[in-house]
Design a protein around this ligand. Structure first.
Ligand code: AMP
Length: 192
């Protein structure tokens, strides 16, 4: 199986690049952000709870996020592998993911970490707001918060995978196709 963690700050291009990776490698896409947004749309209890954190640019609590992710992996039941987009976002989530994958006899193959500098991220998110209608993209104060949370709580997840020899950093600057090719090259080199 090929299990990829697609990592990077908000606005790095994780969602966009996931689409190409899924298509090329036949993976199932699991985005905790998308799962939360679907629940908000469906007005479920989970959606209501998640919204109260997302609207402020805070992380949804680990225990809830981990439970949801586990359930989605079991539901999808892929034989080829998964692409985890926006998860894990804390070291506790990364540890829980490792334990869970072990329990179903698989593991993370590699982390692809997209790197984009902060000013470019802010510009991209404000531009995306006009298209996505995401309220957490439209407000500069919330964007600041999300980037601060990323730097403090999420960036250390890179060290977790680096310590396992699984981290590959990729420049997230350039055209969409250029970045896709860098990602494909990284996966193919690792998988060769
Ligand atoms: P995203 O679509 O990945 O940008 O996520 C949007 C928002 O959903 C984040 O700002 C968080 O509030 C929440 N969220 C998504 N994934 C996670 C996660 N793994 N852990 C905690 N909160 C998350």
């Amino acid at each position: 199986m090929l299990n990829i963690v697609l990592f990077g700050p908000p606005g790095a291009g994780k969602g966009t690049q996931s689409e190409s990776l899924i298509e090329k490698y036949g993976l199932i896409h699991l985005s905790t952000g998308d799962i939360f947004r679907a629940n908000i749309k469906g007005e479920t209890d989970l959606g209501l709870l998640a919204k109260s954190y997302m609207d402020k640019g805070h992380l949804v609590p680990d225990s809830l996020t981990i439970d949801i992710l586990r359930a989605e992996v079991l539901k999808a039941n892929s034989s080829k592998g998964y692409i985890f987009d926006g998860f894990p976002r804390t070291t506790a989530q990364a540890e829980a993911l490792d334990n869970f994958l072990k329990s179903i006899n698989t593991s993370i193959t590699l982390m692809l970490a997209l790197e984009v500098e902060e000013n470019e991220l802010k510009n991209r998110l404000l531009k995306r707001a006009a298209i996505s209608g995401r309220s957490d993209d439209a407000d500069p104060a919330i964007i600041e918060n999300r980037i601060a949370v990323y730097n403090k709580e999420t960036a250390p997840v890179k060290d977790f995978y680096e310590n396992q020899g699984k981290l590959i950093t990729i420049s997230g600057i350039g055209s969409i196709d250029e970045i896709t090719n860098r990602l494909f090259h990284a996966v193919d080199t690792r998988n060769a």
